[in-house]
Design a protein. Structure first.
Length: 173
């Protein structure tokens, strides 16, 4: 009877060990270091934006990164993102960006939701301020480097509609 108990215990231990090893690798933790790295990334984004360093801004995105621009097509990849910010920070005169966003995450993905304020001084147009909502999605890359995967923002203000052109006076016959 004693031998039967030991065989049963050994079999139960073997099955338990086998099942425990089937669980796969332990999940990647999201800790204080990750939170600090993402907060730094957000700060680097604002600093590069306000310095009008469009190559630095675009370099903060993953290779497949995207910007979801209000009232426009999605911008994908380094060259397109850089081109978008060349226009945004150039002809559109965007400057003095402020972002207030709170990041959180799990594993190798994170997000930050918040608000933005920016000054706009477009060439040949009136100066204004814009404010709205912002959503960043981040991905942890090899080497434990965080990058922006997707940035989406939306203004709280209605779009500025240019005035209609004045009609031409009718010609007398």
């Amino acid at each position: 009877m004693r031998r039967h108990t030991w065989v049963t215990l050994a079999a139960a231990a073997a099955v338990s060990l086998a099942l425990a090893s089937c669980g796969g690798p332990a999940p990647v933790e999201f800790g204080k270091e990750d939170l600090g790295a993402i907060q730094k990334l957000l700060g680097d984004f604002v600093t590069a934006y306000n310095a009008k360093d469009t190559a630095k801004v675009a370099g903060l995105f993953t290779g497949s990164g995207s910007v979801m621009v209000p009232n426009s097509a999605v911008v994908h990849g380094f060259e397109s993102i850089k081109g978008f910010y060349d226009i945004r920070l150039g002809a559109q005169g965007a400057r003095d960006l402020e972002i207030d966003a709170t990041p959180t995450g799990q594993g190798k993905f994170a997000y930050a939701v918040g608000t933005y304020n920016v000054h706009l001084a477009p060439e040949g147009g009136p100066e204004s301020r814009d404010r709205g909502k912002v959503l960043f999605l981040f991905q942890k890359m090899p080497g434990n480097v965080w990058r922006i995967e997707i940035l989406m923002y939306s203004s709280d203000l209605p779009p500025v509609v240019p005035p209609a052109p004045e009609p031409e006076p009718e010609k007398k016959k």
